[in-house]
Design a protein around this ligand. Sequence first.
Ligand code: RM4
Ligand code: MN
Ligand code: MN
Length: 426
Amino acid sequence: MRIDQNQIEDNNKKGLTQHKENFDFLANSLSKNGINAEEIVAKLSNFQVAIPSWALGAGGTRFGRFSYGGEPSTLEEKIGDIGVIHSLTQTAGAISLHIPWDIPKDYNAIKELASSHDIVFDAVNSNTFQDQQNAKESYKYGSLSNVSKAVRDQAIQHNNEVVAIGEKLGSKSITVWLADGSCFPGQQNFQTALQNTQDSLKEIHNDLPSDWKMFIEYKPYEPNFYSTVIQDWGTSFLLANECGEKAFSLVDLGHHLPNTNIEQIVSTLMMKGKLGGFHFNDSKYGDDDITVGSIKPYALFLIFNELVYGMENNKNNPDLAWMIDASHNVKDPLEDLMQSLEAIQEAYAKALLVDQKLLKAAQLDNDVVKCQEIIQNAYRTDVRPLIQQARLAVGGALNPIETYRMLDVRGNLIQKRGENIIATGL
Ligand code: RM4
Ligand code: MN
Ligand code: MN
């Protein structure tokens, strides 16, 4: 289903007068503090977050999966769904493919389809955490870290193939997330596993096209429950350094033990020019992959505060690859993704309001109370009119979810695709 620009404009009409009042009021009060609202709006309009091809169907848990009516069953339909989100929000102009879940059949047709929705191909993701049909070797005991050279070679080869697929689509980066690790003490020699992983990643890195990047994602546990080879940012950073200049760390918000100070990790990686990408989601306990900003919006804001600082001060980092890595059991996946996009924009907008000069001065004075006031004043500002203004400026909906429901997008998708389709993916 394609949403027509006129439909969006029609739906916007009824809220425009109120919006204008809200925006003018906010812009005016921000200007008293020397903040130019239009500059922030322009930054928000330009901000694009990739949608992973595996987030468009209902997710599940190991206990069950409840499909959502009208789920996309082909890559074409997934791109169509992202097209819907992008027309409404104007912030989802990229797709990230997981291979082999979503290998295009006809590359030119897929590229044309994506560009007709104004969507580009972001990082491609390799998968060596599942055995593929007819594969010679099994990843049961690891992939890039495996004690068997034959298994490692197969996994390296898979990553090379993923890069080749990405090249045909215009992607410029590969994300490697490994499930490798061990379930019981003594099962694995830590040093051998790390050394093998390092050597394998180096091979992948050295075969990358010259304008490509490799993102190394870390995660403390799951599916292995005693040890994970790339368990934390330090290990990822170490490996990225060993591999070379095309390698970077990737932070997935759900891949930390409870209460980890993620904003500090972001800051360190940016200072060292080694932050490559970001996977957004939220969680309470583990890698819950729930809607961005639904549990810890203040933490998300603090992370964005470091990102904004880093983007200003650490030009040694590449342009960051932003992606939502979440999937859902109980919500309409498209509505859920729009909620995530809104939360990301909100945290970004609030971080842009932090008066960095004033904060630095307060830090130099050791004025702890003032530091907190500066940070929390920004956080407590209702920035929604800025986000709406940013969407309106580029043809998006004033209220994406409301418009989505008004147009009965889900009803249309169910009519076309049926009630009991299951999307490819986990
Ligand atoms: C992992 C990790 C990866 C994602 C897979 C599906 O936990 O977050 O980024 O590709 O899940
Ligand atoms: Mn991830
Ligand atoms: Mn994850």
